[in-house]
Design a protein around this ligand. Structure first.
Ligand code: SF4
Length: 906
């Protein structure tokens, strides 16, 4: 298909706009634009991109906005005719007549699109009197820690409004007034801080002038370098572009061409980076002497640690030592940490934070499919008709994916099912919200399976060709007691039936699950059912379907891939298997044990039993984030040597004997693997602060001091080693990762894999395995005395223990943990909004501020655990998933009463 640019024929793509067609052929600068932005829908308001168009050679021309006009066969486009150039100049002249001419003092001078376009169209003088002073409020909005506005610089291009709507789906910005009075308003004409803004910064990035900016002046030209890296917070794995000046970080922006986040981040990725050189950063190794930490040299710390390790290993055996690795750290560092424990200490006592989040996902999906990772990519939302989001609050926990899910749910033709005890933001837009009692996922999923089978909606061909165990499974499902399950879950069976039918009838359905699935007594069984639901309906192995766990921390997927688990080494190889053992022994030049090591809860039990002598915890605040805080503290106090490698003096570090200062993601290189199995390059932006060191190098130094030879840390060198032992990393090369990485498995030839199980499953056939609902042990043991169910979750502004986000401007936006209470429960206890409430469980008590909301049902309470001042995990339970030992944070039996604070009765 051909169209003409200045009478020269060129091929065009179906649906291509004139603007994109001309840019592709003639280059970016031929047609100036203002209201157009690559990550927004074409809008056609500024008309700067107008071109002359004729339907035949030398035929009459018509002026058209090129950004939203599609090219048609035989079209003649004249992008820069004389009349078009004049038109553009006139348009810009009108824009400028209503804009302050303060370029030299403007913060975006040199990087302002309006300034560029003025230059491009050749405007030199303005014939009209300047009007803006008369009608535009020149007061800057400085209410927010990150976002500012100065609407005297606004050119009414609507880019900020559209970014807020189309990218984030928040609808905070809108246009009020007409003509010269047209102006942007936030919320109900509020400040940024007062409005419902979620501080993602999409508007600031979209604004072509400085009408909306961020405090880090991300549009400034005063930078030395710009480098791409990956966000350190959640498993979405957003690409970041970091600008630096004199070795300091100036700002972070979201690259438009990033496959994961295409010009978007949440406030954590874009703004919450100032923790990296905060005054609280640990800058020197510390050893506790006479109860006080004293600064020591690295050599002193290494000698102290290695002499203790050698003594314990000799006197008590290798299993007297254990390690907890970090999902904050790179793949290469996690690989090294597990290698240290397996090859140097010779124990499998190595585990990571997946134990307390997605270990049931890995196990459950491995049982059903053979592989415990997301089957598809978030990109597949473009190809699906139905989403089922269970036990996840992605707009807070995984904000960039959450925004995409929200955009999906807001489209009326799409079906969205939310299964969650809380009225999450997504639940507000969902077609079906199944607000079940916490701990009853299995009951609801069994009911869904029942209705799919009884309505004749099971995909029989898929089941026959690709699965096993179905007949048995079906018989068990058909025997469930619907009355009982409806009663237990508290969800009307008709609602479950409607959701089940919608999922099964959708041509393509994707499921997404989070910790509301895994952090339960039946976590692994729930994951198996989500996977079986996909098998039952044939929703696996192609675009727009699949089972997609929303992985928590930035590199929790990678830590498990690298062998940070006590039962599987690097590449998920079974440590008890004879052949695997031989392979590891030969590769590592050591003798590795063949028995499974301690999982994290077992490490604490072993410490309390006096069996564990030393523990090395890298980048994990177990005191604040693991359940039953007082038990964790007792376990650490009962361990002879506690080494904590950290950025800050966390609650856990306070109990350490040795503290090693590690490096943040901005100070090191390596790779993170996101929740879509995407291995992405983390690039060093600045030097480690003070005398801190790259975590991988610390592990290597200790390996060498223990007598095991390991070359110094480089991402390239480590990936070369990893690619030889982890089968699905066979073709991963540092120099070939580019800016958006590769999804494993990566074959030796470098080709990667977007979708898993397209042909067969890793285990051969997909497995149907029925699991009946079982009540949580916590409820059975404590439910009668402690009648409320507390479920814990995360907020948008903070990440996990908050050690990083609490040291950024985020703490000004979200200042404390609060307790969600249903109005009915609050009235029964005479609790008002803002009152202090004492929550008590069999493990302890906490005082917390009440937030009265219908976001939870009566009998259910909800809070976060970001603030050590509250220390919510003092009351959570160390009851855990029966299979993977993931703690049951989501079902905690508590009682509550109004309090004066510090547990005092009112
Ligand atoms: Fe970082 Fe996750 Fe936010 Fe992306 S969505 S910027 S990865 S915290």
């Amino acid at each position: 298909m051909k169209a003409y640019i200045n009478n020269t024929p060129h091929e065009f793509k179906v649906g291509e706009t004139i603007l994109n067609f001309v840019k592709r052929i003639e280059g970016e600068k031929i047609i100036p634009t203002l209201c157009d932005a690559p990550n927004l829908e074409a809008f056609g308001s500024c008309r700067i991109c107008s071109v002359d168009v004729a339907l035949e050679k030398d035929g009459p021309t018509k002026v058209m906005a090129s950004c939203h006009t599609p090219v048609t066969e035989g079209m003649y486009v004249y992008p820069s005719s004389e009349s078009i150039q004049e038109l553009r100049k006139n348009i810009i002249e009108l824009v400028i007549s209503d804009h302050p001419l303060e370029c030299l003092t403007c913060e975006v001078n040199g990087n302002c699109q309006l300034q560029d376009v003025v230059g491009e169209v050749g405007l030199r003088e303005v014939r009209y009197p300047s009007e803006f002073e008369n009608h535009i409020d020149r007061e800057k909005d400085l209410s927010h820690p990150y976002m500012t506005s100065d609407f005297s610089k606004c050119i009414n291009c609507y880019r900020c409004v559209r970014a807020c709507d189309e990218v984030q789906g928040q609808f905070v910005l809108s246009m009020a007034g007409r003509g010269f009075d047209a102006h942007i308003v936030k919320g109900a004409d509020q400040s940024f801080f007062e409005s419902d803004c979620v501080s993602c910064g999409a508007c600031a990035q979209a604004c072509p002038t400085s009408a909306i900016s961020d405090v880090f002046e991300s549009k400034s030209t005063k930078f030395d370098t710009k480098e791409r890296t990956i966000c350190t917070y959640c498993g979405v794995g957003c690409n970041l572009e970091v600008a630096t000046k004199n070795g300091e970080i100036l700002s972070i922006q979201a690259p438009i061409d990033a496959e994961v986040n295409g010009g978007h981040t949440c406030l954590k990725g874009r703004y919450a980076f100032k923790f990296f050189n905060h005054e609280d950063r640990l800058r020197q190794p510390l050893i506790k002497k006479n109860g006080q930490f004293e600064e020591v040299t690295w050599d002193e710390a290494y000698n102290f640690i290695t002499s203790k390790f050698k003594t314990y290993k000799t006197e008590f055996g290798p299993d007297s030592i254990a390690g907890i690795s970090s999902s904050r750290c790179t793949n290469e560092e996690n690989y090294l940490m597990q290698k240290f424990f397996r090859a140097v200490i010779q124990t499998n006592n190595i585990d990571g934070c997946a134990r307390v989040c997605h270990s049931p996902t890995a196990l459950g999906m491995q049982r059903v499919f053979g592989t415990g990772a997301a089957t598809n990519s978030i990109e597949d939302l473009k190809y699906t008709n139905c989403i089922m989001v269970i036990g996840a609050n992605p707009t807070s926990g995984h904000p960039v994916t959450g925004a995409k899910l929200k955009q999906f749910a807001m489209k009326t033709d799409n079906v969205s099912i939310v299964i969650d005890p809380r009225k999450t933001e997504l639940a507000k837009y969902a077609t079906y919200h199944l607000a079940l009692r916490p701990g009853t996922n299995v009951a609801v999923l069994n009911m869904m399976m029942y209705f799919i089978i009884t309505e004749g909606l099971a995909n029989e061909q898929f089941i026959k060709d690709k699965t096993e165990g179905f007949e048995d499974y079906k018989n068990q499902i058909l025997n469930i007691d619907l009355d009982q399950l409806e009663n237990i879950s508290g969800v009307d069976r008709n609602l479950v039936k409607a959701a089940a039918i919608a999922y099964a009838k959708a041509p393509n359905a994707m499921s997404f699950h989070g910790l509301g699935v895994t952090e339960q007594y039946q976590g692994t069984f729930t994951v198996m059912q989500i996977a079986d639901l996909a098998l039952l309906t044939g929703n696996i192995g192609r675009k727009g379907v699949g089972v997609n766990p929303l992985r928590g921390q930035n590199n929790v997927q990678g830590a498990a891939d690298m062998g940070v688990q006590p039962h599987q080494g690097a590449g998920y190889l079974d440590v008890t298997n004879e052949e695997v053992n031989k392979k590891y022994n030969a590769f590592y030049g050591s003798t590795l044990p063949k028995h499974i090591g301690y999982k994290i809860p077992e490490m604490f039990d072993a410490a309390l039993d006096g069996k564990l002598k030393a523990i090395w915890i890298m980048g994990e605040d177990v005191v604040q984030t693991d359940p039953n805080t007082q038990k964790v503290i007792k376990a650490l106090n009962n361990t002879d040597l506690v080494i904590v490698q950290e950025l800050f003096m966390t609650e856990t570090a306070k109990y350490a004997d040795v503290v090693l200062p590690g490096a943040s993601f901005l100070e090191k290189e390596g790779t993170f693997t996101n929740g879509e199995r995407r291995i992405q390059a983390v690039r060093k932006i600045v030097e480690p602060v003070g005398n801190s060191k790259v975590d991988g190098q610390i592990v290597i130094d200790i390996m060498n001091k223990m007598g095991y030879q390991q070359a110094d840390y480089t991402a390239k060198g480590m990936l070369e080693e990893i690619s030889q032992i982890v089968p699905f990393f066979a073709g991963v090369k540092w120099d070939e990762l580019g800016t958006t990485g590769k999804q494993w498995p990566v074959k030796a030839d470098g080709s990667d894999t977007e979708i898993l199980h397209t042909d067969t499953f890793k285990r051969g056939k997909g497995l149907f395995a029925y699991n009946a609902f079982e009540e949580s042990r916590e409820i059975l043991k404590n439910g009668s005395e402690y009648p409320y169910i507390l479920t814990t979750n995360r907020d948008l502004e903070h990440y996990n223990c908050g050690a990083m986000t609490r040291r950024t401007g985020n703490v000004e936006i979200h200042t404390e943990d609060v307790l969600w209470i249903n109005p009915q429960d609050a009235a029964a206890k005479n609790i008002k909004d803002g009152d202090m409430v004492c929550l008590e469980s069999p493990r302890g008590k906490v005082d917390i501020k009440a937030f009265i909301t219908d976001g939870v049902n009566p009998g259910v309470l909800s809070t976060t655990f970001h603030f050590p001042e509250i220390m919510v995990n003092n009351i959570t339970s160390d009851e855990h998933d029966t299979e993977a030992y993931c703690p049951e944070y989501k079902v905690v039996s508590v009682k509550m009463r109004k309090s004066k604070g510090k547990f005092a009765k009112v």
